[in-house]
Design a protein around this ligand. Structure first.
Ligand code: NIG
Length: 419
């Protein structure tokens, strides 16, 4: 991401006197939360982590004053390329209307009418807002274009700002189109048009959007084109989304409000090797992450995704904002974490992990180098990208203990302090 003012970066930075540092570094086992800790950045990478008393010198020193530190949020599900407002739809929903995917068409009309300049300006402002809230790495999607030219334009604009871009031509069948003809277009010329700009493909597999058969066609065509896969599934009711995600080896299935025990077992099955005792961390095989979207669940008054049950079954869970104008008009990961703890039954560390390492897993940037040659994100370890936030609080528990309070104190992205 290339937004928010970043200060000039010294060659190395020591952030010391961190009261509680939640590294989310699994290789540390139960010792992944450090007390009285320090971190050193060199350029855009982390070069040292340990006890503050052992920290090496650096060009610049920041005293965290006993505040809590943690990785920057990794938001693995957003829809940030849009124009227009759906506040009235939200208000009607709060007065008893139920959410229907049809509202997507309202945003499609407004977004098609917006210029490149306006869409880029809106996107930059949204990414800057997310970064101010501690999000240092994010994915965003197309899906409000719904014709070849607009999907290509939105993908192109998204690629200039987001870390990763997902092609969601299969978001809704546009008014006046035949569903099967439109699905064919999504799988052929439209796919070709967006390919230079996107890493992932997604399909909204749901009643009122794309059927199981249409979703399967989209996933197959996009996989054949070399894209990684994700699925919007099981949001509005029981359906084929999670099952298809497993069948196609998708990196994530997102929403997951309505899962059967068989769905959960199938998702857990994709993590068998990952969870196997004694498996070398570097050799682990990542399966299909269940991405829960608590802000969306609240904003649509949907049953909360069963994050606790998923974790207990051995499924890897991510938390994401799903920032979009219809179902979740917030990029606040602090809010998502607080909700996951207060209402979904996660511990503080589980929620932090899902909003950092979980998101990185869902985007396959938890280890090594990602597709742009960037470093691993979502956990604090030597060699990983220097994405760190300090909270104006002594522990990360305050995110849920003091929900809604402005706790994000300072944010570094790729070694650069923002703001
Ligand atoms: O993830 N579920 C489908 N897509 C979006 C909603 C988009 C909209 O209503 O504008 C979501 O919730």
């Amino acid at each position: 991401m290339s937004t928010s003012t970043a200060r000039s970066t010294p060659a190395s930075t020591l952030i010391t006197n961190i009261g509680e540092l939640s590294t989310q570094d699994e290789t540390r086992g139960t010792g992944s939360v450090l007390q009285d800790a320090a971190v050193v950045f060199e350029g855009e990478r982390i070069s040292w982590i340990g006890a503050a008393s052992d920290a090496p010198a650096a060009d610049e020193m920041v005293d965290a004053g006993g505040r809590a530190g943690l990785p920057g949020w990794v938001d693995s599900h957003t829809h940030l390329v849009f124009a227009g407002d759906r506040g009235a739809e939200f208000e009607a929903r709060m007065a008893g209307e139920s959410y229907a995917a049809g509202g997507i068409a309202v945003t499609t009309n407004a977004t098609r009418a917006a210029s490149d300049y306006d869409l880029t300006r809106l996107l930059l402002a949204r990414v800057a807002e997310a970064a101010a809230g501690g999000t240092t790495y994010l994915e965003t999607k197309t899906g409000y274009g719904l014709n070849l030219e607009e999907e290509r334009r939105h993908a192109r604009i998204a690629a200039t700002v987001a870390n990763q871009v997902t092609y969601l031509g299969a978001h809704l069948v546009p008014a006046g189109s035949d569903a099967d003809d439109y699905t064919d277009l999504v799988c052929t010329e439209m796919l070709e048009a967006v390919l230079p700009y996107v890493q992932w493909a997604d399909v909204f597999c749901e009643e009122g959007a794309f059927t199981e058969d249409q979703s399967r066609r989209v996933l197959k065509a996009c996989r054949d084109a070399g894209l990684g896969l994700r699925v919007h599934g099981n949001q509005l009711g029981h359906g084929a989304g999670a099952r298809l995600a497993v069948e196609f080896g998708a990196a994530s299935v997102d929403h997951v409000n309505h899962l059967t025990d068989d769905d959960i077992d199938a998702l857990a099955g994709t993590w068998k090797e990952w969870n196997a005792d004694g498996t070398d961390a570097a050799a682990r095989v990542a399966g299909t992450v269940a991405t829960c979207l608590p802000a969306c669940d609240l904003s649509t008054r949907a049953p909360l995704a069963p994050a606790r049950k998923l974790l207990d079954a051995g499924v890897q869970v991510a938390l994401a904002s799903n920032c979009n104008p219809g179902t979740s008009h917030t990029s606040s990961m602090n809010f998502c974490v607080a909700t996951a703890v207060l209402q979904m039954g996660l511990t503080v560390q589980e929620a932090l992990r899902a909003a950092t390492f979980g998101g990185a897993l869902a985007l396959r940037v938890h280890t090594g180098e990602d597709r742009d040659g960037q470093r691993a994100v979502g956990s604090l370890a030597v060699g990983h990208r220097a994405d760190l936030q300090l909270l104006n609080a002594p522990s990360a528990a305050h995110l849920a203990y003091r929900p809604g309070m402005p706790l994000t104190g300072a944010v570094w992205r790729a070694g650069q302090q923002l703001g």
